[in-house]
Structure formats: structure tokens, C-alpha cells
Write a protein that binds this ligand. Structure first.
Ligand code: SAH
Ligand code: SF4
Length: 354
């Protein structure tokens, strides 16, 4: 439980979004209510997208009248919702209990709608090119604060797209907040709730090896993305300091085992920094590393962060890098920079101190 959650009033109702269906049922049973009310509430909130007791017409009036004291269905209010001029990307700044703010992003491409969720306010891992890293860690998010991001963004899109993806690529290192991450995934996957297939959820990590192993043990087909960014320990120690604890060899072994055990290709994320990790030799080493496991490479041209000196390679350099990789690597994509105009692109969250 986060400090903000534990500082609620002693008799304040629990946050609905942080409860699994079983937990909600237990809670309701303790209050003398039947178990199946939990299923009905899940269906209203996550399937019919109604949170107002007045809309829940198949529930007895006596129950609806009490709903507010049974569980807290309020979403964190948005402090800001920013949209790109083309309307494809929205950045949400949500106001959490205790005054912290968290950012999350929705991105619509022609093929799909993707929601990018945060797992922490700030991040302790201090990657050298990341705006969130500059903030340091304020606190972990609770599972309810993670699920609420999804519900708030889905509302804005009126739940028009039935098939959307979730990526844990917002603020924070998801595997450093493992329990809340897994609790939120359990809620998102509930077949009586949003019914998200594990294959449509991707967790991105800077490389916490023991937690990668633990994730493999969950027996789910969650997507895993590894923030690689360098092909030598010397450079990765500088860019992604957690590499000093779990160097490349260990990380790539854990990634390979994850891919083999889940039957899913692991995404290797590689942020391109001009003159730093975009040489032909880097591409060659990256291709070799990618071939050693079921994987695909996702190149991310660096998104500028105020106060940091890194440079994004120009378009030609990005293309040259991708072309050098292509014949040697299993699969390569270049991430379109969505949301740069509103500081919503990868690694820019928290960048404006919103
Ligand atoms: N903490 C997790 C997930 C969040 S960031 C992780 O590190 O994996 C999602 C991706 O964007 C990561 O690969 C991250 O390294 C990368 N990233 C961070 N800052 C960036 C920036 N300024 N430009 C481009 N990519 C960046
Ligand atoms: Fe944290 Fe990920 Fe940013 Fe590194 S890249 S500082 S792990 S959020």
C-alpha cells in the first residue's frame, strides 16, 4: 500500500480500481452483501463503462444508494489533458491522492490504439537520457492508480476501439514496483472486466534481472521490452546505470529465457543518441545480440529532454543504422515519435514538471 493510500480516513471505502474481483467480493461479503455484486460492479464499470450508481439499473436501489460508502469509484482528476494538433496522441496529467501527479499517454496509429501507463511517480534508476530519471523517485503507484490511468484514458476515447494495447512505458520502472504491477495486470486481464489478453500488454524494463525471471515464472504471455540502448557494458554502465548491477551477459540470458519460456519475441529497445551509440559497429553488435534470442529491435530516435545534452541523429543516420541492422537482425522497427509536441514522447514524461 502506498503512503498516500494508507493515509486515507480509517473508514474510507477502498479504491475500486485497486481491487481484484475476488477482493471486491470479499469486501462486499464482509459488509453482508452477496458475492455476485462484485461481478455486477465489474461489468458496469469495466464492460459497460458506467460508474454512476443511477445507471446501474439491474442493481437494487438499496445497493446503489450505498455504493459510495462501499467503494470509491472516483478517478484521479486530470490536471491537464494535452493533445497533439493531429489528435493522434493525448497526454494526461492526473492528480493523485497526496498531491503527486502522474502522466500517461494514449497514441492512435492507423493500426491500433495504445495506452502507455506509468508505474511510479518519478524513477530511481537515473538513466542518463530520461526526463523521468531526472526527477528521482517520489513514490510507487498503487495498483488502483495504475488501473485508473487506463480507465481515464479509455473514457476519453469513448471505448471505441475494442482492441487496444497497453504498454508499461510511462514514468517509472515497472519491475521495481512488482506487486502493484502484477495486481494491476490481474485486474486488467479479468474476463469479467476489461478482459485484456496478456499478449496485448507489454512491460518495459531497464533490466532488473531477478524480476525478469520472476515475470517469466508467472506463466503469462506478457510482452517484455528490454531497454538495451548500448551493446557494450562500458557504454551501458553510463547510459543505464542499473547495468552495473546486472551487466549485459546476465540481462541477455534472462531475456532469452523469458522469450523461450513465454514463446514470445522480446523487444530490444534502442534509443539512438547521435555520435554515442549509432555507429556501424554498434549496429553489428546489436544484430548479433538480437540473433541470440527470439527478439525484435525497436529503434527510438532520442527525444530531447531540457537540460540534457544528447542529440537525436538526423533522419539519414537513423535510416543508415536501420539498414545496417536489417539483413542481420530478426526484425527491426523504428518507433515513430508520437507526441513530441506535447512532451509526451518516450522519456519525456515529467520533463515539463507538469
Ligand atoms: N522504465 C522503463 C519504461 C519507461 S521508458 C524502461 O526504462 O524500460 C520507455 C522507453 O523509452 C525506454 O526504453 C527508455 O529507455 C526510453 N527512453 C527514455 N528516455 C528517452 C528519451 N529521451 N528519448 C527516447 N527514448 C527514451
Ligand atoms: Fe527510469 Fe526507465 Fe527512465 Fe531509466 S528510462 S530512468 S528506468 S523511467
Amino acid at each position: 500500500m502506498t503512503s498516500a493510500e494508507s493515509s486515507r480516513q480509517p473508514h474510507a471505502p477502498p479504491n475500486f480500481y485497486g481491487l481484484s474481483r475476488n477482493q471486491l467480493a470479499d469486501h462486499l461479503v464482509k459488509l453482508g452483501l452477496p458475492t455476485f455484486r462484485a461481478q455486477q460492479l465489474f461489468s458496469w464499470v469495466y464492460q459497460k463503462h458506467q460508474r454512476h450508481p443511477g445507471a446501474m439499473t439491474d442493481l437494487p436501489l438499496s445497493f446503489r444508494d450505498r455504493l459510495e460508502e462501499l467503494c470509491d469509484l472516483r478517478l484521479p482528476p486530470p490536471a491537464a489533458v494535452l493533445a497533439t494538433p493531429d489528435g493522434s496522441t493525448h497526454k494526461f496529467v492526473l492528480e493523485l491522492a497526496g498531491g503527486a501527479r502522474v502522466e500517461c499517454v494514449s497514441m492512435r496509429t492507423q493500426r491500433r490504439l495504445t495506452f502507455c501507463l506509468s508505474s511510479q511517480v518519478g524513477c530511481a534508476l537515473g538513466c542518463a537520457f530520461c526526463a523521468t530519471g531526472l526527477m528521482g523517485l517520489s513514490r510507487n503507484l498503487g495498483a488502483g492508480e495504475i488501473v485508473a490511468q487506463e480507465v481515464a484514458m479509455g473514457d476519453l476515447h469513448r471505448w471505441n476501439d475494442e482492441r487496444f494495447n497497453i504498454v508499461f512505458m510511462g514514468m517509472g520502472e515497472p519491475l521495481a514496483n512488482y506487486k502493484a504491477l502484477m495486481d494491476s495486470i490481474r485486474i486488467l486481464r479479468d474476463e469479467r472486466g476489461l478482459n485484456m489478453g496478456a499478449r496485448r500488454i507489454t512491460v518495459s524494463t531497464s533490466g532488473l534481472v531477478p524480476q525478469i525471471r520472476k515475470l517469466a515464472d508467472e506463466g503469462l504471455q506478457l510482452g517484455l521490452a528490454i531497454s538495451l540502448h548500448a551493446t557494450t557494458d562500458e557504454l551501458r554502465d553510463r547510459l543505464v546505470p542499473v547495468n552495473r548491477r546486472w551487466p549485459l551477459r546476465e540481462l541477455m540470458t534472462a531475456a532469452r529465457e523469458y522469450g523461450e519460456r513465454t514463446g514470445r519475441r522480446v523487444t530490444l529497445e534502442y534509443t539512438l543518441l547521435a555520435g554515442v551509440n549509432d555507429h556501424a559497429e554498434d549496429a553489428d553488435r546489436l544484430a548479433d545480440m538480437a540473433r541470440a534470442l527470439p527478439s525484435k529491435i525497436n529503434l527510438i530516435p532520442y527525444n530531447p529532454v531540457p537540460g540534457l545534452e544528447w542529440k537525436r541523429p538526423d533522419r539519414r543516420a537513423v535510416e543508415a543504422f536501420a539498414h545496417r541492422l536489417l539483413p542481420r537482425a530478426p526484425a527491426v522497427t523504428v518507433r515513430r515519435t508520437l507526441g513530441g509536441e506535447i512532451w509526451a514522447a518516450c522519456g519525456q514524461l515529467g520533463g515539463l514538471g507538469a
